[in-house]
Design a protein around this ligand. Structure first.
Ligand code: 0O2
Length: 221
């Protein structure tokens, strides 16, 4: 009887994770379409690269325990909104909002939550635009709504976040004070670089437009 129950949990969990993977595949397709279409029409690519990840069952359980929540499929579904996630890395800050708007406008996409850590960075300097979106997945016998977390950031923000993440885990989440200060300073430098690049990009754009070159002919920096 126990083995039977375990088998049922295993089957349920597998089905559950597979459904999320389908949601991730759908969202990746949406982003790849935007990327290719943009390249085709505007001859520039707002997306530098995309990276997807599926949370491991261990991390899902850790998150549930950390939040003091009962572990059941329904509760996981409701409370862990980042089971699947995609990181979208763009060249310029303005590209981040372009991609975000284009995704939000799609009619099968529901916006669940937006966290704008670019307008309101975290105290350590972390910047990114986080969207929790939900999309329908059509299965053989039913339709399921799946949450997907999208983190959109620039190359500079991504560079900073990946190093900060490494340091955070190296020091087991307790970073010495002097390093914390330096990490926050580095975030300011990364932000200055982003602003400079945005300004340069606009300038180059304007020059080319004044020369009579159509928008479609512009290659971004
Ligand atoms: P991983 O390994 O990247 O998946 P939540 O706990 O998600 O319900 P929270 O904390 O409000 O609530 O979520 P938030 O702020 O939207 O952040 C979730 C994710 O953003 C993290 O996922 C990181 O990927 C990234 N992130 C947030 N803050 C920081 C930061 O200070 N530094 C870095 N490097 N990344 C950050 P996970 O699950 O923590 O990790």
């Amino acid at each position: 009887k126990e083995i039977q129950a375990l088998k049922q949990v295993r089957n349920e969990l597998t089905r559950f994770m597979v459904t999320y993977k389908f949601g991730l595949d759908e969202m990746n397709t949406k982003l790849n379409i935007l990327k290719e279409e943009f390249q085709y029409i505007h001859e520039y690519n707002p997306i530098e690269h995309l990276k997807s990840r599926i949370k491991s069952p261990e991390s899902i359980l850790k998150k549930m325990t950390r939040k003091n929540l009962e572990v059941s499929m329904d509760s996981i579904k409701e409370n862990v909104q980042d089971i699947v996630g995609i990181r979208v890395v763009c060249s310029f800050i303005s590209d981040i909002y372009k991609i975000s708007d284009m995704l939000q406008k799609q009619k099968d996409v529901k916006v669940i939550e937006i966290k704008d850590y670019i307008a309101n960075p975290k105290p350590n300097g972390y910047k990114s635009l986080h969207l929790i979106l939900s999309i329908p997945v059509f299965l053989s016998d039913r339709e399921e709504e799946v949450f997907v977390e999208i983190q959109i950031r620039t190359v500079a923000m991504d560079f900073w976040a990946s190093l900060e993440h490494k340091i955070y885990y190296k020091y087991n989440r307790e970073i010495p004070d002097h390093l914390t200060m330096e990490i926050t300073e580095a975030a300011t430098v990364a932000n200055e670089l982003d602003l400079k690049m945005e300004k340069l990009n606009k300038e180059v754009n304007n020059i080319k437009t004044e020369d009579g070159i159509k928008d479609e002919d512009i290659f971004y920096l």
